[in-house]
Unconditional design. Structure first.
Length: 322
């Protein structure tokens, strides 16, 4: 059951990350067609996840300028935006109050198709009309992933099916550099001559406890960076693991070595995962320079973040001596 949940969530993260990247690219080019698409996409997704009956009010009610989606029976309104600036949130709430939409809707949610920032203001609006709680009512892709992750396995599978039907990936024909990078990283780090082979850690893999608790101050950075890079590298790395000739023995040996190696780097960086990750990338890049001519340094970073989520980098540990 755990495997089924993880498989479903991996696919969901991949699809939402792709939608996010496409909306961001279109917004940067001032293209509006995908914004209309994203409104309808999130209408259907939120209906599935929340069990509501949102309608696209931009289609049904041309004057509802402050919001995109509305469920009048549940009294919830949603604004979908690719902009994470606080001025956008403020403008949305101001218009919501000016249009007296609080008479129709009790709640207003703002969904950012991207990553929200850390906003200093906690509340925005007018308590006599509508006041928005920034922490609770402003969602981004990470918040949606967390929301979906709390669902049952059956519900997660329903969301997975919906997303896989909606999202068509543009396949890459030239990924030789990425493949070479991943394969050589695994070969380098699974070398049986490494001094760390034979020592390890007692731990239950707990990526949620690691990211959201142990590295709470860096959780948003690590999670959002994984989502951003997954669309570019996730499928390639998965194929390398599953279909290469590297074998399970090397993959297990890689995990053993990375735990010891990364834990020492983390200790040297006084427990700062951001600094330690940067140092690990630099050290692995130096190794790669001596191994292959053409490698992808961003692929190295994604590889390490992926291994972090697998609990092979910066392990939650009790050290043991074999």
């Amino acid at each position: 059951m755990v495997v089924t949940r993880k498989t479903g969530m991996d696919s969901i993260i991949k699809c939402l990350s792709y939608i996010k990247s496409q909306v961001e690219i279109s917004a940067s080019q001032n293209l509006t067609d995908i914004n209309v698409y994203s409104e309808n996409f999130f209408r259907d997704l939120l209906n599935l996840v929340l069990g509501h009956h949102f309608q696209n009010v931009n289609i049904d009610e041309k004057n509802a300028a402050a919001i995109d989606l509305g469920d009048k029976s549940a009294k919830i309104a949603v604004q979908v935006t690719s902009t994470n600036e606080f001025s956008k949130i403020e403008k949305t709430v101001t218009k919501f109050n000016e249009k007296k939409l609080y008479e129709t809707y009790d709640e207003l949610k703002i969904v950012i198709v991207g990553n929200k920032k850390t906003y200093r203001k906690k509340k925005i609006g007018d308590s006599s009309k509508h006041e928005l709680d920034v922490a609770k009512d402003v969602w981004d892709i990470s918040a949606l992933v967390e929301l979906i992750g709390d669902k049952s396995v059956k519900e997660i599978q329903e969301v997975q099916r919906f997303l896989e039907e909606q999202v068509q990936f543009i396949s890459k024909n030239h990924v030789s550099k990425e493949i070479a990078t991943f394969e050589n990283l695994i070969l380098l780090l699974s070398d049986e001559d490494h001094p760390a082979i034979g020592s390890g850690f007692l731990e239950e893999p707990d990526p949620n406890g690691k990211i959201n608790e142990r590295f709470a101050d860096h959780a948003v950075l690590l999670t959002s960076e994984f989502q951003n890079l997954y669309i570019e590298y996730g499928e390639v790395l998965s194929d390398v693991r599953q279909h290469s000739e590297l074998g399970q023995t090397k993959l297990r040996r890689l995990g053993i070595y990375l735990k010891t190696y990364s834990d020492q780097v983390l200790t040297d960086c006084d427990g700062d995962p951001k600094a330690a990750l940067k140092q690990l990338v630099q050290e692995l890049e130096n190794l790669m320079k001596n191994k292959i001519k053409d490698y992808d340094v961003t692929a190295i970073r994604f590889f390490l973040i992926d291994e972090l989520l697998r609990c092979n980098v910066f392990p939650n540990k009790e050290a043991i001596n074999a």
